[in-house]
Design a protein around this ligand. Structure first.
Ligand SMILES: NC(=O)c1ccc[n+]([C@@H]2O[C@H](COP(=O)([O-])OP(=O)(O)OC[C@H]3O[C@@H](n4cnc5c(N)ncnc54)[C@H](OP(=O)(O)O)[C@@H]3O)[C@@H](O)[C@H]2O)c1
Length: 232
């Protein structure tokens, strides 16, 4: 069988970069997507140029996301899996008690909800050709509400996206996995979160690879992984 191909959004650091490393070690070739190709170029060099392709795409921009899939198919000839992982955090108060101004909220919703939605739209036709696999990064905050958190609401939306796409995928052979990490030691964390128990990005990457490595007859629907001792 030809080597499998995985497209990762949010691949420049954190959970996406750790997953790309694990995936290449497991035999995948990877397309690494971030807003600037320079941000993923060092990881491409680390992984070996023949196994990895660096692409610039903003997940809030449909032409650039669709273009990343086209470029992947042009380079590798197939797409077996996609990790819709890019996301941002933002502090918000619905009572106006600090946090980002409402004009900025658009970026959070576009990146964390519209981003994975259009990523799914871009990859699913190619995944249908390979009976492939879509993995989305939700969050523990997408299963348990967070006080005054628009971020939490975006991740509840990702939970809904994954479930709805899985239903539409019935009969296509495509599998859909929602990964819901707890606090993970990446750049997205607030200072307060940094003081709490944390996963390593590689801990989440292993969970993603667990789902990807199941046989085609096994659809791992959801994986929630939290650091030991994290308070819900
Ligand atoms: N860390 C945690 O505790 C935690 C817990 C649960 C869920 N998550 C989720 O895990 C995912 C990965 O986050 P992380 O923790 O690994 O954070 P991170 O280290 O800050 O990585 C975020 C990644 O998303 C990319 N990105 C952001 N906006 C983008 C856009 N508009 N278009 C394309 N790429 C974009 C960034 O790339 P560039 O900036 O280079 O473009 C970067 O590669 C996110 O969905 C996050 O919500 C994180």
């Amino acid at each position: 069988m030809a080597e499998r191909v995985l497209l990762v959004t949010g691949a420049s650091r954190g959970i996406g970069a750790a997953t790309a490393r694990r995936a290449v070690a497991a035999g995948f070739r990877v397309t690494l997507v971030a807003r600037k190709a320079e941000a993923v170029a060092p990881l491409v060099a680390e992984l070996g140029g023949e196994n990895a392709l660096a692409l610039a795409a903003d997940v809030t921009d449909w032409p650039s996301v669709a273009g990343a899939v086209e470029a992947t198919l042009a380079r590798f000839g197939r797409l077996d899996a996609a990790f819709a992982n890019a996301g941002i955090g933002m502090g918000v108060s619905f009572f106006g008690d600090g946090g980002a101004e409402p004009e900025q909220w658009r970026d959070l919703v576009l990146t964390n909800v519209y981003g994975p939605a259009i990523t799914a739209r871009a990859v699913l036709p190619a995944l249908a050709d390979t009976s492939g696999h879509l993995v989305l990064t939700g969050s523990i905050a997408g299963r348990y509400p967070r006080k005054g958190s628009l971020y939490s609401a975006t991740k509840w939306a990702v939970s809904g996206l994954a479930a709805g796409i899985r239903e539409e995928a019935v009969g296509t052979g495509v599998r859909v996995t929602l990964v819901q990490p707890g606090i993970t030691d990446t750049d997205i964390l607030t200072d307060e979160q940094r003081r709490k128990p944390k996963l390593e990005a590689d801990d989440v990457a292993r969970a993603v690879l667990y789902a990807l490595e199941q046989p085609p007859t096994v659809d791992v629907n959801e994986i929630m992984v939290r650091p030991t001792g994290q308070v819900l």
